[in-house]
Design a protein around this ligand. Structure first.
Ligand code: GCB
Length: 621
């Protein structure tokens, strides 16, 4: 295989400087791991008694009152006021709210504990403790020593376990998770979804050699002319790998057996950057969700991944997948299993949610309003669903606070680092419905620029709000200058007027870019029927969707490139307190909280079928 231009050292150091803070190990499942999922013990601690002494000062590390220290009395005269034991058991992964009625509305601290034995390891190996996510602030202790702290409820993190802390048997692992909301966090105090707490995603030990690949990327080079590459059946693949603790002279091998690729690269500093040519790549798309086995070898470790290759770009007002115009038939999804009132975590959960999206004839999903678990993006890869992935910069974040910007940047970086090898992800979204002001635009545009800098191969967007101007619905939010797609949340016929208003609505978009409806929707209580004019009936919601679809067909600008209505299924929201119809649920789901489809589901399904057929016919010509 012919090697092409090696990316310059300057470009390489730009990558590493931007990501210097980031120690996240990618693709744990492609490595040697030991799961710590299962039954843990817990203590509910609303007053943080295990963290602070009676003067409300953080305990010294060795204080026996601190909950990170084991404190089982040796005899009956010894005094203690905490211990981790049955029946105080909790399942990991899983939010705490659904695991016991007393947790239903709990926000505060819960301590988790379990023991583990040292896994089989060679003495040239290291151990990391990896969390898929815990919401929101997590402190981790092993055998009484603090390993670290992480903020952010929807992105992964890991800590190295020092050799002198690890024991052969009965390592005492304690995790303090606090999901209280704060004005200066991301998201902030006010959201339209329930703030599920706990260790919501997998926990595992990753065993790595002392010298290992921390993260990598393999993808199609966005700079090539994809149409001519398809014609010539010759493609350029590009990527990088970053090594933790590089060993002198050790090389990285990148292998894609099915494409007969096997390349070796010398490490410069702590990274490699590469470009190579591949023939006859079968490109990833919703019709052909082809994934290739990719192997990266460094020293004693071979990491295996399954990666799809595709390009995504815009051309004026069009979105182009692999050089061809595509219309995004999407649906917005919260990471929630409504029938069980819990966060979705498993592969099975992902298959349920994305299976419903497939039934709707979707080719795309908007994973709102935060990065969903890895099972979702992996399932989207194999099912051929394009993904909009978003950080929880939602509504009224403290835009003037530079510390808040850093927190948002960190979550953006963690999201991109984790998922940049997922072909399904085509859009990074930097936020949702942020109110227009100069300070906010500065904040949001710097996130958009950072996303582009970290990953120039995907489109950047953000869900914007409409501006009513002289009878025109005008999409002119200044943030639109910085996004590749101009996306809008609109609720014409729900929050204003009736669905009939769609018949006379005028729409204008101030940008020569693809226009996307990131939300539209109306509430209906599943099984509640009546006049179509009556709010919360399935008939009202059905009418709303019919009028909206008609408006899309007849009154929308030619840049209209797709939609992801709000929302696939009802979800818990403490803001929704109508005692007859809502009872703590946002009812805009096309599927109700018992898993039943509402009438509007079939309206959207039929619209998407029609669009899919049109696309098929157009591709034949
Ligand atoms: C929105 C928000 C979404 C809400 C939805 C609603 O615009 O982006 O988070 O849940 O409206 O139901 O009002």
């Amino acid at each position: 295989m012919k090697k092409l231009i090696l990316i310059t050292i300057a470009a390489l150091s730009a990558i590493t400087a931007a990501q210097a803070q980031d120690q996240l190990i990618v693709n744990p499942d492609g490595r040697k791991t030991v799961s710590l999922n299962g039954t843990w013990h817990y203590i509910v601690d609303p007053y943080d008694t295990g963290f602070y002494d009676y003067r409300f000062k953080e305990y010294a590390e060795d204080n026996s009152g601190a909950y990170w220290n084991e404190n089982t009395p040796k005899n009956e005269t010894e005094w203690t006021e905490h211990a981790f034991k049955s029946p105080y058991n909790i399942q990991v992964p899983g939010d705490w709210n659904h695991q016991d009625r007393m947790f239903l509305y709990y926000e505060g601290t819960v301590w988790y504990q379990r023991n583990f034995d040292k896994p089989q390891m060679a003495n040239v190996e290291d151990l990391y403790l990896y969390f898929g996510a815990a919401n929101y602030e997590t402190h981790v202790y092993l055998n009484g020593k603090k390993l670290g702290m992480h903020k952010g409820g929807f992105t992964p993190f890991n800590f190295k376990i020092p050799k002198n802390v690890l024991k052969e048997k009965d390592n005492f692992l304690v995790v303090r998770v606090d999901n209280r909301r704060h004005a200066e966090e991301v998201p902030t105090v006010n959201t339209d979804w329930w703030n599920y707490g706990g260790i919501t995603r997998d926990v595992k030990l990753i065993v790595v050699p002392q010298h290992f690949i921390q993260k990598y990327n393999v993808q199609l080079d966005v700079k090539q002319d994809i149409t001519s590459a398809i014609k010539k059946k010759k493609f350029i693949l590009t990527g990088f790998a970053k090594i933790t603790n590089p060993a002198a002279g050790e090389k990285v091998t990148v292998e894609i057996p099915e494409l007969k690729i096997k390349e070796q690269y010398s490490v410069q500093g702590d990274s490699i950057a590469f470009n190579f040519e591949a023939k006859k790549v079968s490109l990833w798309s919703p019709e052909n969700p082809k994934l290739y086995e990719v192997k990266l070898r460094y020293g004693n470790e071979t990491i295996t991944d399954k990666i799809g290759f595709r390009t995504i770009a815009t051309d004026g007002k069009k979105i182009m997948l692999n050089g061809k115009q595509i219309f995004l038939r999407g649906i917005s999804i919260h990471e929630e299993i409504p029938q069980e009132m819990r966060r979705a975590t498993s592969k099975k959960d992902a298959e349920q949610l994305l299976g419903w999206a497939k039934e709707l004839n979707c080719n795309m999903v908007r994973l709102a309003h935060y990065p969903h678990n890895e099972n979702m993006t992996h399932a989207a890869d194999s099912l051929g669903l394009m993904v909009w992935s978003e950080i929880p910069v939602y509504w009224t974040i403290e835009f003037g606070n530079p510390e808040v910007l850093k927190k948002a940047e960190k979550q953006l970086q963690e999201m991109i680092t984790r998922d940049r090898n997922r072909a399904s992800i085509i859009i990074w979204s930097v936020g949702n419905e942020t109110p227009v002001s100069e300070t906010r635009t500065k904040f949001m545009s710097s996130l958009a620029k950072m996303a582009k800098k970290l990953d120039a191969s995907r489109l950047i967007s953000a869900a914007l709000e409409v501006h009513h101007d002289n009878g025109v619905n005008l999409v002119d939010d200044p943030l639109g200058q910085y996004t590749d797609i101009v996306s809008l949340n609109e609720y014409l016929g729900w929050y204003s007027g009736t669905p009939a208003s769609c018949r006379t609505a005028n729409w204008e978009v101030a940008y020569n870019k693809p226009f996307f409806i990131s939300e539209t929707g109306a509430g209906a209580k599943g099984g509640f029927h009546g006049n179509k004019e009556a709010r919360f009936t399935e008939e009202y919601q059905e009418w709303y969707y019919k009028e909206q679809v008609n408006m899309f067909k007849t009154r929308f600008p030619d840049s209209f490139s797709g939609l992801s209505p709000w929302i696939l299924a009802d979800f818990r929201s403490p803001k929704r307190n109508n005692p007859d119809y809502q009872e703590g649920w946002n009812r805009k789901g096309l599927i109700d909280n018992n898993g039943n489809k509402k009438k509007a589901f079939y309206v959207l399904q039929a619209y998407y079928k029609e669009l899919a057929e049109q696309e098929k016919a157009a591709n034949k010509n």
